[in-house]
Design a protein around this ligand. Structure first.
Ligand SMILES: [Zn+2]
Length: 322
């Protein structure tokens, strides 16, 4: 083990990179299933709130409309029907069911699930029905592999490398999930925030704890203020609370002093991504809500890749507070 821990940066980068490819394969599952799991949870929560569990427990309806108010019978019947339908669904977790082809439902065998290589060997098509497998899958694996390799190269095989690898993995998920669904799951935002604060407390992120705490506070507050100012001025909602939480988490990891740089970087990511989507014809309608999550997540990854020293050197104007 000593030999591996003392391995040179290239060795560490290689090992971390291979691990990153495998983790990237799992991130594809997270990106695909976590929003579906959340939607299922929301529906079952709504249904549960409408159901009458027993005669003694007041329903949510009576808690809102008064103890004498009873929910319309049709509503309670519909809730019961929905509860039965939900119970009838096959389980959906990150580990179950096994990965299947989205077109024909064929279970994917282990040798068809080797990061990048399987996609190349199958020439991007399902072995059963020859439906195209999106380029997104190997792309997520390659990006995760490269980011993990950078963690290994920069920090060696160390707890710091593992911590920053977690940072990268979560941001890759948030980037893709928000791009697909306009959601930024709390199940990813909160662990990112806590890990950043814990990493600072342990001295593993290189950011003093006080800087990390203020980074989280100002990260949240800055977007919260922009959101409410925009809403007062236009009556519209420009972004969601997930965006505030994500910027708070990045503030915890990169420190309060990096927030201006993160916001500048996110407008850079935004213009590149927006231009790309425009070219791909996905922004044809102006009514499509623009999500800021991918810009913020992309900015966090870029800040990590460039590194704090180089950022201060190249763009001193992005650090007006020292
Ligand atoms: Zn298929």
């Amino acid at each position: 083990m000593r030999e591996i821990a003392d391995a040179g940066p290239w060795m560490a980068a290689g090992l971390a990179g291979v691990l990153g490819l495998l983790v990237g394969s799992f991130l594809n599952v997270v990106i695909h299933r976590l929003p579906a799991m959340m939607r299922r949870d929301w529906l079952s929560e709504s249904v549960g709130n409408l159901m009458r569990w027993d005669a003694d427990t007041p329903t949510l309806w009576s808690q809102v409309f008064g103890p004498r108010a009873a929910a319309p019978a049709a509503l309670e019947r519909a809730a019961a029907e929905a509860a039965t339908a939900l119970d009838g669904l096959p389980p959906l977790t990150l580990s179950r069911p096994r990965s299947r082809c989205g077109a024909c439902g064929r279970a994917i065998r282990w040798y068809e699930n080797i990061p990048v290589l399987s996609w190349l060997a199958l020439r991007g098509r399902c072995a059963g029905c020859h439906a195209a497998i999106a380029l997104r899958y190997p792309l997520v694996e390659i990006v995760t592999g490269l980011l993990f390799a950078l963690c290994g190269w920069r920090f060696g095989l160390s707890p710091e490398a593992a911590l920053w690898a977690a940072f990268c993995a979560i941001l890759v998920c948030q980037f893709a999930i928000d791009l697909d669904t306009q959601l930024l799951p709390d199940d990813l935002n909160y662990p990112l925030l806590w890990l950043g604060l814990a990493g600072a407390a342990l001295g593993w992120t290189g950011v003093p704890l006080a800087e990390a705490v203020w980074g989280a506070v100002w990260g949240y507050l800055s977007l919260w203020l922009v959101y409410h100012a925009y809403r007062l001025a236009t009556g519209k909602e420009g972004m969601g609370y997930g965006d505030f939480k994500l910027l708070a988490a990045l503030g915890a990891w990169l420190g309060a002093h990096s927030l201006v740089a993160i916001i500048l970087m996110s407008s850079l990511v935004g213009s590149v991504l927006g231009g790309g989507l425009l070219l791909a014809g996905r922004l044809a309608h102006k009514d499509v809500p623009i999500s800021f999550g991918p810009f913020i997540a992309g900015a966090g990854l870029l800040c990590f890749v460039v590194g704090p020293q180089a950022m201060r050197q190249w763009a001193p104007f992005a650090f007006p507070f020292g």
